[in-house]
Write a protein that binds this ligand. Structure first.
Ligand code: FAD
Length: 436
């Protein structure tokens, strides 16, 4: 049964997390024979967890190292939900979304439970805005039928679409249970033999004589890998700087997840069961939300982005005061969803999170390079607020870059990895940004 297989997988993870420990803590050193791996993955957010799973599923030995507790709330991947949708202004992303959906479903099948709930996705944007028009075309979106048309979904009445704006639905789309999804990939990786170690901070990655990559921790431990994959989210710039001295332009920003009370009488209407969509608006800033699902009677509506932050010195309350992120979201709700969501008194629940922005908002998926590392160290970073849905696809690509020096999966899916190269910032700090 699904619950039986879940508990089996969880006990596999528990055993693997404690591999090599003889005192029952997850931070004990492994015996020397267990310090050598084909691949070492640094950082167990969604991207690193998917990469470790992809390496393990190739039959290679893999160590996944995480600085904090597994599934902690100090990075970018925690929480109840993330959206997935195919509408992207840049055409390289919809094929990656489709590949990721295939891999999400394969992982769900292997785990025996689901993390992705399919829903429609609704985009709202100025009808003639080039970014909106391109995203709808790239995502194969269909404009909502006008009021009174029999094919118009009942939930459409929840949204007030401003004059000159259009509303369009697309798929594949849905809500991904974020922390559960990360746990699923960690568990599947462990089941295939990955060693998962938390409370282990990596402070250096270096090449030792011969072909070994040495990964050093803050407590002086050393692990040896044939290859290394660095997926440290908001810490990417800091770690890369300390390893190579190079500047990787990944800027963490503080953002807030906000849950709002659904107005009495509309609670059922706004649920996934009633077919309510995930939704997003185009503009500066953009807003997005997910159907009422994780907290009955509440709905998640948030603003994209937020102020720059230092991941090691965060003010957890940023954005909660007057004029802050929550108040800006309240104003959007009052304009776009006034009949169904209550903003009186502000959000019922708030959770801080970080997005890791590149100047052009394209990902970084590349070899660290240089004479020292060549193709032996791979970096996945700068997912710019839209990386979660792509986790399984990016993880598989990172694993293939590490193991094979190239990604057969990316080639097969028609994904052009030159969009994500670090070199795009050389002599051009903005990368491919067209305006900022
Ligand atoms: C509020 C919010 C909403 C979002 N909504 C969506 C959405 O709807 N759809 C979507 O696709 N994406 C969304 N995103 C973006 C998505 O969540 C991120 O792109 C993704 O989670 C990034 O994952 P990551 O693995 O790169 O980073 P992280 O999850 O931060 O993982 C990096 C890990 O590395 C660890 N680490 C750091 N330094 C070290 C070290 N020295 N040694 C060992 N470990 C280290 C960290 O502790 C951390 O666990 C959203 C993000 C936020 C914050």
């Amino acid at each position: 049964s699904p619950s039986a297989s879940l508990s089996n997988l969880q006990s596999e993870l528990a055993q693997s997390t404690h591999a090599g420990a003889d005192t029952g803590t997850s931070t004990m050193a492994a015996p020397p024979a267990e310090r050598s791996f084909d691949v070492i993955v640094v950082g167990a957010g969604i991207i690193g967890s998917c990469a470790a799973h992809a390496v393990a599923s190739r039959g290679a030995s893999v160590l996944l190292l995480e600085r904090f507790d597994l599934l902690h709330q100090r990075g970018s991947s925690h929480g109840e939900s993330r959206t997935t949708r195919p509408t992207y202004t840049r055409p390289q992303y919809p094929p990656m979304v489709r590949l990721a959906h295939r891999l999400w479903h394969e992982a769900e099948r292997d785990a025996g439970y689901t993390v992705l709930t399919p829903t429609p996705h609704l985009d709202l944007g100025p009808r003639d805005a080039p970014a909106f028009v391109a995203a709808m075309a790239n995502g194969g979106a269909t404009e909502l039928a006008p009021a009174g048309d029999a094919s118009r979904p009942a939930w459409a009445e929840a949204f007030r679409v401003p004059e000159g704006w259009a509303a369009a639905t697309s798929g594949p789309a849905g809500v991904i249970k974020a922390t559960k999804a990360m746990a699923m990939f960690q568990t599947l990786a462990a089941k295939m033999g990955a060693v998962v170690r938390d409370r282990t901070e990596v402070v250096d990655v270096a090449r030792q004589e011969g072909n070994t990559i040495v990964v050093k921790t803050s407590t002086g431990e050393e692990f040896h890998g044939g290859k290394c994959i660095i997926t440290v989210g908001a810490w990417a710039s800091k770690l890369v700087k300390s390893i190579t001295g190079a500047d990787l332009p990944v800027q963490p920003v503080h953002t807030l997840v906000c849950y709002w009370r659904v107005k009495p009488g509309h609670e059922e209407e706004l649920t996934t069961e009633a077919g309510f969509p995930t939704f997003a608006t185009y503009g500066e800033p953009g807003f997005y939300g997910t159907p009422s699902m994780e907290y009955p009677g509440l709905i998640k509506v948030c603003r994209n982005g937020g102020p720059p932050c230092d991941p090691d010195g965060r003010d957890w309350a940023t954005g909660t005061g007057a004029g802050g992120i929550a108040e800006i979201v309240a104003r959007w709700i009052d304009e776009f969803m006034p009949g169904v969501v209550d903003t009186t008194g502000g959000p019922v629940l708030r959770q801080p999170c970080m997005c890791c922005m590149t100047p052009d908002e394209d990902f970084v998926i590349d070899f660290l390079g240089g004479e020292e590392f060549g193709k032996d160290v791979v970096v996945g970073a700068g997912f710019s607020g839209h990386g979660f849905k792509m986790g399984p696809a990016v993880g598989k690509i990172l694993a293939e870059l590490a193991l094979d020096g190239e990604s057969g999966t990316a080639a097969e899916a028609g994904l052009e990895l030159e969009h994500y190269l670090i070199g795009r910032f050389e002599g051009n700090p903005m990368g491919k940004a067209t305006s900022h």
